[in-house]
Design a protein around this ligand. Structure first.
Ligand code: UDH
Ligand code: NGS
Length: 315
């Protein structure tokens, strides 16, 4: 082992491993949390309240050696308002959970064609209108594949990947954001489903796979454009590869969702029902092995890393 300084050597020698799970009740976690979205939120406040989070939204427990390095990946487009609440609630929760992590926002944008409009009006709202009008269909699972690749390029030590919608906040900090023996489904009890699973094979909202579990299923499908079905395809990939989804207790896996209307350019995908019948055939060719995208920008914000990407459009 190489140590950079005597000080670092001393710190390393005195730290013990962070706890695997957190015994209940625990001095670290607090259990059930009050989650609400009515008070206004600002990025300045999130920053002020999370001074130990490093540039790019990274954190390492100062008082123990973390067992896993977790990349948290959020598929994203035009949800700045939700992101502030997500960061406000999740940074303190993750800190209490004693895990090393980095937050990555995977932001879908359209290519050069749309940006050509910028010359036209000059006024910001006209430009914004033109950009949104010319937008492509959203693709959640493909964005998450991009997140997996880019997080590993940023830090090859990530061994756990958690995939979270931007509008889902855990209501109990004993729902530990880390990887398990089997692929994990975290969002088991969402408020909109009466705090129950909507169906046994539901894998949407928040899920997590270790690097090897993710590679075993060839990552996520790239070919689900628009809303629905991609999470069911991932569930199929897991089962077809001999793994079994694990979940927290229903009393602990409760979530609040920030209410919102359906987004533009993310209409329900009419092909989703036939596609999920064919996972067994498609998973070998469609996945992380066939992923293509164009990286537009990586920007390190104080509370997260922003990965802006072009992922194309449906054929
Ligand atoms: N997402 C974006 N921008 C978009 C679309 C999706 O950021 O334009 C991301 C975001 O992280 C979101 C996730 O993808 O949480 C899942 O998409 P979704 O929130 O649209 O899916 P959900 O099932 O909503 O939550 C479907 C529409 C519900 C309409 C209800 C009207 N009352
Ligand atoms: C299923 C969808 C899933 C979706 C789930 C919950 O029907 O993608 O509903 O949707 N599968 C298909 O459409 C094949 S929700 O109530 O959150 O809008 O996640």
């Amino acid at each position: 082992l190489l140590y950079h300084s005597r000080q670092e050597l001393q710190v390393t020698m005195t730290l013990t491993m962070c706890p695997v799970g957190i015994a209940l009740p625990s001095p670290l976690t607090v259990g059930r949390l009050l989650i609400e979205f009515s008070s206004p939120m600002s990025m300045e406040r999130v920053q002020r309240e999370n001074p130990d989070v490093r540039q790019g939204g990274k954190y390492t427990p100062p008082d123990c050696l973390p067992r896993q390095k977790v990349a948290i990946l959020i598929p994203f487009r035009h949800r700045e308002h939700h992101l502030k609440y997500w960061l406000h609630y999740l940074h303190p929760i993750l800190r209490r959970q004693k895990v090393a992590y980095g937050i990555y926002i995977i932001n879908q944008v359209r290519g050069a064609g749309a940006r050509g409009w910028r010359g036209w009006g000059g006024q910001a709202d006209i430009v914004e209108f033109a950009l949104q009008f010319g937008e492509d269909t959203f693709n959640r699972a493909k964005l998450l594949n991009v997140g997996f690749m880019e997080a590993l390029k940023d830090d090859e030590e990530y061994d756990c990947f958690i995939f979270s919608d931007v509008d889902l906040i855990p209501m109990d900090d004993r729902n530990l954001y880390r990887c398990y023996e089997q692929p994990r489904h975290f969002a088991v009890g969402m408020d909109k489903f009466g705090f129950r699973l909507p169906y046994a094979g539901y894998f949407g909202g928040v899920s997590g796979l270790s690097k090897s579990q993710f590679l075993k299923i060839n990552g996520f499908p790239n070919e689900y454009w628009g809303w629905g079905g991609e999470d069911d395809d991932i569930f199929n990939r897991i089962s077809l590869n001999g793994m079994k989804v694990s979940r927290p207790d229903i009393r602990i896996g409760r979530y609040r969702m920030i209410k919102h209307e359906r987004d533009k350019h993310n209409e329900p995908n009419p092909q989703r029902f036939t596609k999920i019948q064919n996972t067994k055939m498609t998973m070998k060719r469609d996945g992380i092995s066939s992923l293509q995208y164009r990286l537009v920008e990586i920007s390190r914000q104080p509370m997260y890393t922003n990965i802006t990407v072009e992922i194309g459009r449906p054929p």
